[in-house]
Design a protein around this ligand. Sequence first.
Ligand code: GLV
Ligand code: MG
Length: 327
Amino acid sequence: MDAVREGATPVGGRARRSCLAVPGSSPKMLEKAQGLPADQVFLDLEDSVAPLAKPQARDNVVAALTGGDFTGKTRVVRVNDWTTEWTYRDVITVVEGAGDQLDCLMLPKVQTAEQVVALDLLLTQIERAIGLPVGRIGIEAQIENARGLVNVDAIASASARLETIIFGPADFMASIAMKSLVVGEQPAGYDVGDAYHYILMRILMAARAHDLQAIDGPYLQIRDLDGFARVAGRSAALGFDGKWVLHPDQIEAANRVYSPRQQDYDHAELILDAYAWHTSEVGGRRGAVMLGEEMIDEASRKMALVVAAKGRAAGMTRTSRFEPPSA
Ligand code: GLV
Ligand code: MG
């Protein structure tokens, strides 16, 4: 796997606050995506591409990866799922044509660990055959149906190539027969909480148990930026690392929502400095101390590390400093 990149988050290695969907059938969009400030682009061969356009889309994606410039972005291609007739040719065409310009493949509608293993094996064969380093290309697994969610623990540990588990709300809502057509919003009639809470938490637990990132899926009302930020804010609050964006206007909101707030970033850096000082010889070797009105200890340091790492990865600068108490 690649060395940790600039912009990396503490879990999983690569920045994925905003994951931009780009239909592989549109050379115009494949071109435009290169100049947009998304952390990740995924060039799609699946549901945004009509069946008749899929062969041409494979070639477009290879051409964009080899001839384009995606510097600073995580480069991903979403292939079709294993229940179709397209998957093997998607993988072979894209990896043989542009494997050295590819960071991950995204596998949609994953239902079992074996489906991840199958992709891992196929990738390994292609890498060997064409002389690419074996195991460098990662896998992103989309959980989009009830069977996938039930098996998510096994899926999350199926391959060392796995980097993220992704929630696919649109297909998931169809899979469980949720009584709504508005992706990401609460189904009418459900007024006692968040109808997605269990699914998000289940995915997050499986991801974290295996040191993977957890990514939230699309919000289809692309003109409603407040709605996007509200829905993204929920998964960000739980700990998700990022969300899909379907339109350039959603990118800035995703990058903001999945970065810490300035005051939280400042506070995290302050906790780290204060804890380092108080536990040191000169600070009195103390493991539980007061920082202002709050008591901090080793667990506070761990929490602060997560927030500080996300802030640093997002390029934030702190606006306050720790002053050791004068003797
Ligand atoms: C994404 O693929 C979704 O189904 O929401
Ligand atoms: Mg889907």
